[in-house]
Design a protein around this ligand. Structure first.
Ligand code: SF4
Length: 221
């Protein structure tokens, strides 16, 4: 599925909702739509839901073919999504590996309903993967960028993410986050709550030293 919504850790194709999506909240869903853009990733996190989540009809985000921007836009065109609280580029992979497609779709979203906020969830490897500074391209198109911090130092980071770029990926990710602050209104780094108080405090310090916000989120197994 290309566009989906989430409830209780399960993923639902939005084709199960009314055309105006008015029944999302009635059915207990947050009024948010997620865009599943790729299954590829520059990391191979030990906790990645792609490996750990049991698959059934409501949580299978594997896609056989990555959707082109036109296909994603055609999906949005089927609905009146003017009342959504957020549209999120996410899925079972790293969206910045397809940043050109993300931005083409975001451009359409901002033109059609500029009041609907956009977010990209990322591991922060976009600049390294694309070989250019993509942060300035996010300006006016992405309102929130949520970056997985995962750990308080590069060694621990590599142990959990197994990034293809090795331990250097940690500094790349932090540099990416700092650069994003120039172009994206809301930049948030995140860790999961199961890493322990001490490690959370160390992560908070990493963020504070760089003027970045930290969000501690619930671990989803
Ligand atoms: S960065 Fe995200 S998608 Fe990539 S391996 Fe880690 S958890 Fe999975």
């Amino acid at each position: 599925m290309i566009l989906y919504s989430v409830k209780d850790g399960q993923y639902y194709n939005i084709d199960g909702f009314k055309q105006d999506l008015s029944d999302m909240t009635e059915k207990g869903f947050a009024p948010k739509v997620y865009v599943n853009i790729t299954n590829r990733c520059t990391c191979a996190c030990t906790f990645c839901l792609r490996n750990t989540k049991e698959m059934n009809e409501h949580n299978n985000l594997w896609i056989e073919k990555e959707p082109e921007a036109e296909e994603i836009i055609a999906e949005f065109e089927k609905y009146d999504w003017s009342g959504l609280e957020e549209i999120v580029f996410c899925g079972f992979g790293e969206p910045s590996m397809r940043i050109d497609t993300v931005l083409e779709v975001a451009k359409y979203l901002k033109k059609k309903h500029p009041q609907v906020p956009t977010r990209m969830n990322t591991n922060g490897s976009g600049n390294r993967y694309q070989g250019r500074d993509i942060t300035k391209e996010l300006k006016g198109l992405i309102d929130t960028i949520s970056i997985s911090l995962n750990a308080s130092d590069k060694k621990k980071y590599y142990e959990v993410t197994k990034s293809r770029y090795g331990e250097e990926a940690y500094d790349d990710m932090l540099e990416f986050a700092v650069k994003c602050q120039e172009y994206v209104p809301n930049v948030v780094l995140s860790v999961v709550d199961c890493i322990g108080e001490e490690e959370i405090a160390a992560c908070r310090k990493v963020c504070e030293e760089r003027g970045l916000k930290l969000r501690v989120r619930q671990f989803e197994s």
